[in-house]
Design a protein around this ligand. Structure first.
Ligand SMILES: NC(=O)C1=CN([C@@H]2O[C@H](COP(=O)(O)OP(=O)(O)OC[C@H]3O[C@@H](n4cnc5c(N)ncnc54)[C@H](O)[C@@H]3O)[C@@H](O)[C@H]2O)C=CC1
Ligand SMILES: O=C([O-])CC(=O)C(=O)O
Length: 333
């Protein structure tokens, strides 16, 4: 039995589709190996009964690493002392909607949760936002938590990153493990820019390995950027298992480090508060190539951007500026 203190992990929207795919993996080692995990699950009052059923199932797995579960609808109680908060709970989009259509519906949730985290989370808290529109929800939470360093907030673009890796591996006919240095730039929306010019397949540029610029522009970029909508179209509801998997990938790498043996210099995509890097206005939560060590991220600097990359990044960042202005006008930040 491990003697380490439990990692206290909050999950919001825990009774939802992503929650059902996330909780069991979170406590079975995918996040923190054999370190015990204590779950703090936040839901709205009407969903608590359903969440009780999920907790029964968690008990029934008899996970050796599950150090306890608390549930509730009061954010200040649930977030008390948490080291990691995964903010998943939000209204998902349906067919025909863009993620930005959810700004107002979800803004109120992230102001309240930002304030609660500010008041009661542990000093070392890291906050990952999956609920859409993820970048701007993270911005709202961050701006409502003035005592938590801005670097502790991130929004999920790891699902897009994983989708991009899968697409390029399939195109070139290599295992996904051959693809490295993938970057998603900008917003987790259809304007996002998955970058094959810095990605690698083995020891070559991914763009060269693909050898088909028309495929990159007409096929790869829209397939990755619109994958969420394609899943909604096919399943009738938005991605859940893959979103849960990416939420864990992102949190694990943030807390315990990016890279792997032999690929120490690999990076991942995370949407983080811009320090002004690559011309992205300071404070905007935008996706960048990052490396993480001991719970801190660092943007990979000095990548040359070709005209296509510059144009696509600028377009996605312009959308983030619009979203920021919209939530500012609503008084949410
Ligand atoms: N960033 C990403 O890559 C992805 C993001 N998403 C987003 O994740 C979010 C959750 O998706 P699903 O689990 O499929 O939705 P869902 O509707 O199945 O579950 C959402 C849960 O959040 C709960 N909730 C609502 N307001 C809450 C509040 N104030 N506090 C706590 N819980 C609250 C609901 O009761 C519900 O149980 C959506 O916004 C969806 O668009 C989904 C896929 C990928
Ligand atoms: O598309 C959606 O609304 C859900 C999501 O964010 C994704 O699958 O990337």
């Amino acid at each position: 039995m491990s003697q380490q203190s439990p990692l206290k992990v909050a999950v919001t929207g825990a009774a939802g589709q992503i929650g059902y795919n996330l909780l069991f993996r979170l406590v079975s080692g995918a996040l923190a190996g054999d370190r015990p995990v204590e779950l703090r699950l936040l839901e709205i009052e009407p969903a608590l009964k359903s969440l009780e059923g999920v907790v029964m199932e968690l008990d029934d797995c008899a996970f050796p690493t599950l150090a306890g579960v608390e549930i509730g609808s009061d954010a200040e109680k649930v977030f008390d002392g948490v080291n990691l908060a995964l903010l998943v709970g939000a209204r998902p989009r349906g067919p025909g909607m863009e993620r930005g259509d959810l700004l107002e519906a979800n803004g109120a949730i992230f102001t309240a949760q930002g304030k609660a985290l500010n008041a009661v989370a542990a000093d070392d808290v890291r906050i990952g936002v999956t609920g859409n529109p993820a970048n701007t929800n993270a911005l709202i939470a961050m701006r409502n938590a003035p005592d938590v360093p801005a670097s502790r907030f991130s929004a999920l673009t790891r699902l897009d990153h994983n989708r991009a890796i899968a697409q390029v591996a399939s195109k070139v006919g290599v295992p996904v493990t051959e693809v490295s240095r993938m970057t998603i730039w900008g917003n987790h929306s259809s304007t996002q820019y998955p970058d094959l010019f810095h990605a690698r397949v083995g020891d070559r540029s991914a763009a060269e390995a693909v050898g088909d610029d028309a495929w990159i522009v007409d096929d790869f970029i829209p397939t990755v950027a619109k994958r969420g909508a394609a899943i909604i179209e096919a399943r009738g509801s938005s991605s859940a298992a893959s979103a849960a998997s990416a939420t864990i990938d992102a949190a694990r790498d943030w807390l315990f480090g990016t890279g792997s043996p032999g690929r120490e210099d690999d990076w991942v995509s995370m949407a983080v508060a811009s320090p002004g890097a690559y011309g992205v206005p300071e404070g905007l939560i935008s996706s960048f190539p990052v490396r993480c060590t001991d719970g801190d991220w660092e943007i990979v600097e000095g990548l040359d951007l070709n005209d296509l990359s510059r144009e696509r990044i600028d377009a996605s960042v312009a959308e983030l500026v619009e979203e920021r202005d919209a939530v500012q006008a609503l008084g949410l930040i």
